[in-house]
Design a protein. Structure first.
Length: 475
């Protein structure tokens, strides 16, 4: 688990939402029963506590508080909707499971009241205040220092509902086409001479400075100016230097840290959901399928060739940690198993092994790896240690795919990149799809990939193996 503390905005947002759930519950109780007297009875107080617990659990699972309140309001609304649906489903489900039955009308009224209160508080009221011209910073102004900030603030001003001080102007390049609505105060290198007089003549509350702008002791000078004139100084990371992810602020103790915002699959909430699905699917396959398939495969494999039933090999896992990967043995015993990749016409493959590989049934024992936590059902395929070393030296961002658990199947396999990798471009395509999966993960995407993989396996059983590895639809 990361040592970085939860963002400063998470706790206030969660506290506000819990207060609105409480208010919604109280309003629903009064609308349902027309009195307040029994609201504080043990049963109803216990149910209130359960509602708060269910809301926090739903918020953690959906990542509701992983986005700042100043971010895109439509993205936050989408996250809130997913959280609220999960909260509603779990509330009704809990009410159906417990012995103390609570009125479904009360629950429905509570959900309706809570939804309306949260939408009013987080989206409607801020939008009304913004359109009405209300401004808590009336009379205060802000100055931007550095290239690119004008464009960023123009975009924020269009998207967010949060209120900011009026932008007095910016110090930056004259050719910035996105700053045409803002007053240019000077060049990016002219602020040391012009800013002191500006601070004395104008009521400036905030300075936003690109972190890449100050040179030498200029940051110390800027900090002293801000302190002398009671101005808030904000350093803004240059996102052009980090094109792959947005930057967010975390805290390590009292120390502020700029961090790359994790991709979708790297968040704790996503990993908890994914692990829960992995446990359900792996236990289901182990009990319902492998419990009878392993003895049958053991008999057929041993009759076909001498050697063990399982092939166990060290593979590269999450954070490049090696783990023992299990497969049904599909080859004769040989000394090149850990270095030489299998080919379509490989003489080492047994008759039974060819069937297993063509149908991908040799991978089924990896559900044991999933249950142990070494792998996930869906994720980038794990490679031999020697291949990880060689590919990492020639394929750009190859190691980035090891930031998550490897999978039995993945987006690249669902799109047809399976089996032998004959050309460097084939591996580049796999890495591109693996990173696309990590960046855009969702539970729905996992289910889609599982469905596509199942359809491919059924076609293989019916029509035989599909075309081999060089092109999409590799077998």
């Amino acid at each position: 688990m990361s040592l970085l503390h939860r963002k400063r905005y998470s706790r206030p947002l969660a506290s506000t939402d819990l207060a609105l759930v409480t208010l919604g519950y109280a309003l629903a109780y009064y609308l349902r029963f027309g009195e307040w007297q029994h609201l504080f009875s043990p049963d109803f107080v216990a149910f209130w506590g359960i509602l708060l617990l269910l809301w926090i659990t739903s918020a953690l699972l959906t990542g509701l508080y992983e986005r700042a309140p100043s971010s895109d309001p439509f993205r936050r609304l989408s996250l809130w909707f997913r959280c609220f649906v999960l909260f509603a489903v779990t509330t009704y489900a809990f009410n159906g499971l417990i012995k103390v039955y609570y009125s479904r009308i009360l629950i429905t009224l509570m959900l309706a009241a809570t939804a309306n209160l949260q939408i009013l508080w987080h989206w409607f009221f801020p939008a009304v205040l913004r359109r009405s011209g209300f401004h808590p910073y009336r009379g205060a102004k802000a100055v931007l220092l550095g290239p690119g900030l004008a464009e960023d603030f123009e975009r924020i001003n269009r998207k967010t509902l949060q209120l900011f001080p009026q932008i007095l102007g910016y110090f930056g390049p004259e050719s910035d086409e996105h700053s045409r609505h803002l007053n240019r105060l000077g060049g990016a290198d002219e602020w040391p001479a012009l800013l002191p007089d500006l601070l004395r003549s104008e009521t400036i509350s905030d300075i936003y400075c690109s972190a890449s702008l100050p040179k030498g002791n200029e940051l110390e000078v800027l900090s002293r100016l801000a302190s002398e004139h009671l101005v808030n100084l904000h350093l803004v990371p240059d996102t052009r230097m980090v094109p792959l992810a947005r930057i967010e602020m975390d805290y390590l103790g009292h120390l502020p840290i700029w961090s790359l915002r994790p991709f979708a699959l790297e968040t704790e909430s996503a990993q908890r959901v994914k692990r829960a699905v992995d446990l359900v699917l792996s236990m289901g396959v182990l009990v319902l399928v492998l419990s009878w398939l392993v003895p049958l495969m053991a008999l057929l494999i041993r009759l076909d060739s001498a050697g063990p039933v399982f092939f166990v090999q060290w593979r590269s896992g999450k954070d490049n940690r090696p783990f023992r990967c299990y497969k049904f043995r599909s080859m004769r015993l040989n000394e090149e198993a850990d270095t030489l990749q299998a080919r379509a016409d490989d003489s080492r493959i047994t008759r039974m092994g060819r069937f297993l590989r063509n149908t991908s049934m040799d991978e089924l024992p990896q559900f044991w790896n999933v249950l142990k936590g070494d792998m996930s059902v869906v994720g980038p395929r794990p490679h031999m240690l020697s291949h990880t070393l060689s590919y990492s030296q020639v394929i750009e961002r190859f190691m980035a795919r090891h930031r998550v658990k490897p999978g039995i199947t993945g987006l690249s396999q669902a799109m047809g990149y399976r089996g032998e990798t004959r050309a460097k471009q084939d591996m580049k395509n796999r890495v591109r799809l693996d990173l696309l999966y990590i960046q855009n993960w969702s539970l729905g995407l996992d289910l889609k990939i599982i469905g596509m993989t199942a359809a491919t396996l059924l076609r293989s059983l019916k029509n035989g193996p599909e075309p081999s590895a060089g092109a999409p639809n590799a077998g």
